[in-house]
Ligand binder design. Structure first.
Ligand code: S3P
Length: 433
């Protein structure tokens, strides 16, 4: 059943104060769910992502023969299939989740059987050729529908490859590694920009051996995995909305505990620091090689400065760019974003939607094929925001709305639940009105 389309009214705030602990990281939860379901034995995860995307992964893995026991709250117990899935007699529904579709395809391509993967309207528009190409080079039989989902996999043993990803993509890297895990010989993925490395860390945590160089990662298959127990770190891409909100209000003080701070994900902290926000990181520890810590943020009295996000930074910050662009009018010098063409093929065309919604709030913004220029020193007014059913657009403009004059109506607010169902409640908790 689909959640009803909802609207949310966001009132301006005076300040952001308080402390939060956030639900588990979406990227890590996907990987733990897939690997736990594929491994031998039982895994138990606490602080598992509460988002609909990770529920899609759990449901797919359940349909493939894993036993999934939701223990209540945010705990999940998974009994794995010990390396051999059972083909489902119905299509596997990946919902809105590109991670689910792209990563599971790599897991299934070397398995026995026929698998069909489907997704919602947004996912069915997203490019899938990027996974078909390397999997086909390994000998996989994967058929797309005009470059998109639905996709069908006729599983068969594969051959190892050495693959250089044409666009930086952790999902494509993971897809190839999960196929390589089950394939004789060394499979190597090379990437020009080091994308998030949760798959590498998670595969090791589940008992696999991988080797890496500065720009490549290799896995020699076949290898088997065993179940683990893990607490999923808080999601830094969800924290981004609160960190950016706090950075907008001189006098703000926000603390986020148990937050995932993997260096391939924490670039936003550097960018906020470059903008002048005060950020402190405390209590750093490692959990299954993932860094976790407490982040304190407060805003500079003189307001945020200016910055440019391009090149490697754009790839590493890809999920945080909508909220950075949405707060850019409130900086003194503006924010320039380039080399972020991938934003156009996310859950929505995020460049177009950010530009349209900023304009709806009265902002001046220049749109480019691969980015945006958002001048600083602007005042925004409340407006009707079209989230395009994209969770990060709904949340990004809820943050901009905190500093606007008048109220803002977020259409399609229910989409926040794709990654962060608690978002609006937590925003109300820390926003002083
Ligand atoms: C993700 C990788 C990124 C990111 C997505 C999650 C992942 O996508 O945008 O939200 O968990 O691997 P790409 O790998 O396609 O860039």
């Amino acid at each position: 059943m689909h959640a009803a389309v909802q609207e949310r009214l966001i009132r301006p705030a005076r300040n952001i104060l308080g402390s939060l602990r956030l639900p588990g990281d979406k990227s890590i939860s996907h990987r733990y769910a897939m690997l736990g379901a594929f491994a031998e034995g039982a895994s138990r995860f606490t602080n598992f992502s509460t988002g609909a995307d990770c529920a899609s992964t759990l449901a797919c893995m359940e349909a493939l023969g894993a036993r999934v026991n939701r223990l209540g709250g945010d705990a999940v117990e998974i009994t794995g299939v010990a390396g051999r899935v059972t083909p489902a007699n119905h299509p596997l529904d990946c919902g809105n989740s590109g991670s689910t579709m792209r990563m599971i395809s790599g897991l299934l391509a070397p398995q026995q059987g026929r698998f069909t993967l489907i997704g919602d309207a947004s996912l069915s528009r997203r490019p899938m050729e990027r996974i078909r190409k390397p999997l086909a080079a390994m000998g996989a039989r994967l058929t797309l529908t005009d470059g998109h989902a639905p996709l069908t996999i006729e599983g068969a043993p594969l051959t190892a490859i050495d693959y250089t990803t044409p666009v930086p993509s952790a999902q494509v890297k993971t897809c190839v590694l999960l196929a390589g895990l089950q394939t004789s010989g060394a499979t190597t993925v090379r990437e020009a920009v080091r994308t998030r490395d949760h798959s590498e860390l998670a595969l090791r945590a589940f008992g696999a051996t991988l080797t890496r160089t500065i720009d490549s990662v290799s896995i020699a298959g076949p290898q088997s995995l065993h179940g683990i127990e893990a607490a999923v770190p808080g999601d830094i891409s969800s924290a981004a909305f609160f960190l950016c909100a706090a950075a907008l209000f001189p006098g703000s003080a926000l603390v986020i505990d148990a937050l995932g701070l993997n260096p391939t994900r924490a670039t936003l902290l550097d960018v906020l620091t470059a903008l002048g926000a005060h950020i402190a990181v405390l209590n750093l520890e490692e959990k299954h090689a993932e860094l976790v810590g407490t982040v304190q943020v407060s805003a500079p009295a003189e307001g945020l400065g200016s910055t440019e996000v391009s090149g490697v930074l754009a790839a590493q910050l890809i999920d945080e760019l909508p909220v950075l662009a949405a707060i850019a009018p409130f900086t003194r010098g503006g924010i320039r974003i380039r080399d972020a063409k991938e934003l156009r093929v996310k859950e929505s065309d995020r460049i177009a939607l950010v530009a349209r919604n900023l304009r709806a709030m009265g902002a001046e913004v220049a749109e480019f094929e691969d980015g945006l220029d958002v001048p600083g020193g602007q005042s925004l007014h409340g407006a009707i925001i079209d989230s395009g059913g994209d969770h990060r657009i709904a949340m990004a403009f809820s943050v901009a709305a905190l500093r606007a004059e008048g109220e803002t109506l977020i259409q399609g607010a229910e989409s926040a639940a794709i990654s962060f169902p608690e978002f609006f409640d937590l925003l109300d908790r820390v926003a002083e009105r």
